[in-house]
Design a protein around this ligand. Structure first.
Ligand code: C2E
Ligand code: MG
Ligand code: MG
Length: 738
């Protein structure tokens, strides 16, 4: 039978043809069941005798007997497949028959069963209204009912019963197809969908969800076809390859259906759901009877409706597959591994998690190309599964990092070493690889899922700090440290996004006159609970995470705008000092950022000073020289901060051509305590003068310190003696003081 292309066509076909041929009979072998209700025993015998051996529409007749209306009520309540009731009108009472008719139609709501009234006396005929209201088929006096008449009456009644039934089935079928495609479209996973198909299909055919198998193909060879859903006696077959099913009646019929790409109705029912691109599903149902044309039409409509849903499910499963699996190594990916970790926690005793990171893998990629790199990874996976055994779970959690989960003695530094002990041979090349591992004993950790992975990562980082190729078990002390920092960084990021970072300014003064020269811009972070986090804590985090690029730009722009304000207030010579990190210096956009900050605020470069630390100044000489030259070009001056704490090379210092040295506050404080002799402060000041640089001292807290520094020839300074760092508005009023 050709497959109708669209579901709609099949639906139309069903709607257009309410009349059906003999072949549509729902149940060929099942007899028509006829209930005789009569208080006269002879009538029962006579009727049965008269109809003996006769069939209607090729089906035999079966008689059921009730001797009273009351007994009939009981029987009717239990029977659901009666075609005709032959009913005596006068029994217990004059209208017992008519009461029963009312009961059948109104209370039992049996609308399909046909009713033929019989009575001994013509006077008891029901009103014509009653006949119509209760859908009574026929009314005959007993004397009228000869054998032939009875047969004609019954045949007409049975035919009309059959028609009502098939119309009813038709309507129910259509309803179910519509319902099933909506409810099935909600089921996402392939096996759940297939299971839904089983259930809906059986309901459509009016059989128990029993004995049904679905198989799916992905354009693959026969061996790859799998049972995706099964109910009843076949449920044991779930997930098995179809080829391994040893029941030929199941295996062969499903294979034949998939090969022929059509529904098969001979020798049981197998339905085909095709979607092109070699994807198809076949469903086998043990209906227990041959299906008529009506059922076949319903199933065709069902199949084409379902095929659309099935296609969506396959696409969805593929998406899921990609989200959870690594296509190259055919291993679970990080997402799946985290799920697995969560599940394993139910019994974490004796289980170890390891993160195994192949050392210098990027060098291999660079030297030999990516496809070679891929083969190396495959070789490592192969070796790992040999060494770690079947009971360990493996996943790819990063480009060259594997997650392994298994028993303590299977997943440990020794086995990791064993994996990499011998060289790997890839595409004819012999490679000696090594790997570094971080391990976590799950039983010893309170972490779950992705947190466990983080612990392993912390241990891995520690191991890498030791040396490549080593392994390190995670300890709680490691964790709190790293986790605190992680929390702090997260807090810093939100604080920055929520504009909770702000800039304060510490005045810089002439040490002899006390006149303000300018100010240093210093960043502040006030947490939501009102606590200040010291910049010594959060600036290094911002530097490591790269957040300093954005934060540094914010400080620079804010300081420039404040500088503009002060100039507008009449302080034309005011010099604003801004701290710059190495990461900012290295960033290719730094000069652009600096230029824009000056231009947007409308301030000359000459009023801006950048502070770089001494260690920065001594790093990457070439880069420093280049960037510093560009900065000078803008008229911006440069000071070397915390001077005296690093190991400056004099020649390099000369080359950099900076403007100022800033003596670190440690040496200012030391200067106060040591009364005589040469101090570092003194040396720095002499050095600065020798190089033709101005020197500024920071952290001046006492009058003695001020006088001492002045005596050494240092003329500028900042510190609590003069002012603490202050918000912008306070700085403005500070500047108006005489
Ligand atoms: P720094 O650049 O050496 O800043 C001077 C530090 O000394 C400031 O600490 C300041 O508050 C403190 N200070 C000033 N006068 C005195 C004093 O008389 N006694 C004492 N004991 N301390 C004094 P703060 O604000 O905590 O900043 C610490 C460091 O954080 C800064 O050292 C700087 O390296 C960094 N920092 C601050 N803001 C920024 C910024 O916007 N960008 C960058 N890259 N680093 C910044
Ligand atoms: Mg500074
Ligand atoms: Mg400093």
């Amino acid at each position: 039978m050709p497959q109708s292309p669209a579901a709609d066509d099949d639906l139309l076909e069903l709607l257009d043809e309410p009349e059906h041929t003999d072949a549509e009979l729902r149940a060929v072998a099942r007899p028509w069941r006829i209930l005789i209700v009569d208080d006269d025993g002879d009538v029962h015998k006579a009727t049965e005798l008269a109809m003996q051996g006769l069939t209607i529409e090729d089906q035999p007749l079966v008689f059921l007997h009730a001797n009273s209306a009351a007994q009939a009520r009981q029987m009717l309540a239990a029977e659901d497949d009666l075609a005709v009731v032959l009913l005596d009108v006068v029994m217990e009472s004059e209208d017992a028959g008519l009461q029963l008719v009312r009961h059948i139609r109104d209370e039992l709501r049996l609308n399909a069963v046909r009713i033929v009234l019989r009575t001994g006396q013509p006077g008891y005929a029901p009103e014509i209204e009653t006949v119509q209201a209760y859908d009574i088929n026929d009314y005959k006096t007993k004397s009228e009912l000869t054998r032939t008449r009875l047969y004609t009456v019954l045949t007409a009644a049975v035919r009309s019963y059959r028609q009502i039934c098939s119309l009813e089935a038709n309507r129910r079928g259509l309803e179910m197809i519509v319902e099933s495609s909506t409810s099935l479209s909600r089921l996402r996973g392939l096996s759940r969908f297939a299971e839904g198909v089983v259930t809906q299909l059986c309901a459509l055919l009016g059989i128990l969800p029993e004995g049904l198998v679905c198989a799916q193909v992905n354009g693959e060879a026969d061996e790859e076809i799998k049972i995706v859903a099964a109910a009843g006696q076949y449920s044991g077959l779930i997930d098995r390859p179809l080829a391994s099913v040893m029941i030929p009646s199941v295996r062969d019929r499903l294979l034949r259906c998939l090969a022929q790409q059509r529904n098969l109705y001979d020798d049981g029912t197998v339905l085909y759901f095709g979607m092109g691109a070699g994807r198809a599903m076949a469903a086998l149902v043990d209906v227990g009877r041959p299906l008529g044309e009506l059922d076949q039409q319903l199933l065709r409509a069902f199949c084409s409706n379902i095929a659309v849903g099935f296609e969506n499910v396959v696409l969805y499963s593929q998406l899921l597959d990609q989200a959870y699996n690594d296509p190259l190594l055919r291993l679970p990916n990080r997402n799946r591994f985290v799920e697995l970790l969560d599940r394993n926690l139910k019994d974490p005793t004796g289980v170890t998690l390891a993160l195994i990171d192949i050392d210098d893998f990027s060098d291999i990629n660079d030297a030999f190309g990516h496809s070679f790199g891929d083969q190396v990874l495959l070789a490592v996976v192969h070796r790992m599964s040999e060494v770690l055994g079947l009971n360990s779970a493996m996943a790819r959690v990063g480009a060259d990092t594997f997650g392994v989960l298994g028993e303590h003695d299977k997943v440990c530094p020794e086995t990791v070493n064993a994996v990499f002990a011998d060289p790997f041979v890839v595409a004819g090349e012999r490679l000696q690889l090594s790997a570094t591992a971080g391990l976590v004993r799950l039983g010893e950790s309170a972490a779950v899922g992705s947190e466990l992975l983080l612990d392993a990562q912390i241990a891995l980082k520690r191991a890498k700090q030791q040396h490549r190729g080593s392994s390190q078990y995670f300890s709680n002390a490691m964790g709190t440290d790293a986790r605190e920092r992680f929390k702090l960084l997260k807090g810093l990021r939100t604080a920055f996004e929520d504009s909770r970072l702000f800039v304060v300014y510490q005045p810089q003064v002439h040490l002899d006159t006390g006149r303000t020269i300018g100010a240093e811009a210093l960043l502040r972070w006030k947490t939501e609970d009102g606590r200040f986090v010291p910049p010594d804590q959060f600036i290094p985090l911002a530097e490591q995470s790269g957040l300093i690029i954005a934060i540094g730009e914010f400080v620079l722009r804010t300081a420039c705008i404040q500088l503009k304000r002060l100039q507008e207030l009449g302080h034309a010579d005011f010099r604003m000092a801004v701290n710059i990190s190495m990461a900012q210096f290295r960033h290719p956009g730094f000069l652009e950022t600096l230029t824009r900050a000056l231009r947007d605020a409308g301030v000359p470069g000459a009023n801006l000073e950048l502070e770089i630390t001494e260690s920065m100044a001594m790093e990457e000489a070439e880069l420093m020289l280049r960037v510093l030259a560009d900065i000078r070009h803008l008229g911006v001056s440069v000071a070397i901060d915390d001077f005296g704490t690093g190991f400056s090379s004099l020649s390099q210092l000369r080359q950099l051509r900076v403007d100022r040295l800033k003596i670190d506050r440690a040496f200012v404080q030391e200067a106060q305590s040591s009364s005589a002799g040469s101090t570092i402060a003194q040396m720095v000041i002499n050095l600065g003068h020798g190089l033709g640089l101005t020197v500024i001292a920071e952290g001046i807290e006492t009058e003695e310190q001020r006088r001492y520094l002045l005596g050494l020839g240092c003329h500028e300074g900042q510190g609590w003696l003069f002012a603490k760092p202050m918000p912008a508005d306070q700085l403005e009023s500070w500047m108006t003081k005489p």
